[in-house]
Design a protein around this ligand. Structure first.
Ligand SMILES: C[S@@+](CC[C@H](N)C(=O)[O-])C[C@H]1O[C@@H](n2cnc3c(N)ncnc32)[C@H](O)[C@@H]1O
Length: 278
């Protein structure tokens, strides 16, 4: 199918939450000298020009990164450094996707495995992030790629699974990928993004995690509106298996503040939950 293009949505409120958690996980891995592997199963194009036609069409970034003032969020200094690194002015005019954010934290000893199936986005990804041996870029299915890379040689790793969920079977497929991945590499950190379009699908995903027997899972969600039965994403969130030990406390204090800054609703929605204890 592959009609989804992330360029129309880059920097929106869902990207902000996902990338804040991504930065926390990456930064945590850099605290030790030992190498780590970063695996991005749905990498996208890597960099998004927020002034280009595709981005101004829906202008979703205006309700995301556009609403945040770095000075109001000193606790997000690393997130803003990674984002601002790609804009050549104080204004954020280029928003980095997950692989570019990861590259900002990678050291010479670390490796990245990036998968992007869409031919045009793969080409852009190769142009934006290619040319380095430590960054492997593949135009192939990221779920299959994941199973071939695990366990990583470094035995330390972060896996981001960030599909567009164009095909509804993807909800079950990504969960199965984490379950299988965890059998091969139980100590890895797995970050799964989800949109709330149909709440029942997310409740089912949550149940699957709870019944899986996998330990140490947290969930963070942020919504701009109450759930609706109509079309469109009202909230989005992430499940994190083996999160950094600092993440829960950080997100507990950040989420109410972030929700207030991003949402115009009188009572913005957010969730910060331990799905399975350590
Ligand atoms: C939500 S976007 C990724 C955004 C990116 N992770 C970021 O944070 O900047 C999902 C991407 O996955 C790609 N895609 C869809 N199915 C895929 C698959 N099976 N394997 C790899 N990429 C896929 C889409 O073309 C799209 O670019």
């Amino acid at each position: 199918m592959l009609s989804y293009r992330h360029s129309f949505h880059a920097g929106n409120f869902a990207d902000v939450l996902k990338h804040i958690v991504l930065v926390e996980c990456l930064e945590h891995l850099t605290k030790k000298q030992n190498a780590f592997d970063y695996i991005d199963t749905h990498a996208g194009a890597g960099l998004f020009n927020l002034t280009a036609d595709y981005a101004t069409k829906l202008a979703e970034h205006k309700n995301g990164i556009g609403k945040l003032k770095p000075a109001a969020f000193p606790e997000l200094v690393s997130y803003f450094s990674a984002i601002q690194n790609y804009s050549h002015s104080d204004t954020i005019n280029v928003y980095p996707g997950s692989p570019a954010i990861a590259k900002y934290f990678l050291r010479s000893q670390d490796r990245a495995w990036l998968y992007e199936l869409h031919p045009q986005d793969h080409k852009l990804l190769a142009k934006n992030l290619g040319g380095e041996r430590r960054i492997r870029i593949n135009q192939s299915d990221g779920i299959k790629g994941l199973s071939s890379v695990l366990p990583p040689a470094s035995r330390r790793g972060l896996i981001l699974i960030d599909p567009s969920y164009e095909v509804k079977t993807e909800y079950a497929q990504v969960f199965a990928a984490i379950e299988q991945g965890h059998k091969k590499f139980a100590t890895g950190t797995y970050l799964l993004w989800y949109p709330v379009i149909d709440r029942q699908r997310i409740d089912l995903l949550d149940k699957r995690f709870k019944k899986s027997g996998i330990r140490n899972i947290q969930r963070f969600e942020l919504g701009l509106q109450q759930d609706t039965s109509g079309h469109g994403m009202t909230s989005s969130g992430v499940f994190v298996v083996n999160p950094p030990w600092t993440l829960l406390e950080k997100m507990s204090s950040l989420l109410p503040k972030l929700a207030k800054a991003l949402s115009d609703a009188p009572q913005p929605r957010y969730l910060c939950e331990v799905i399975a204890a350590e």
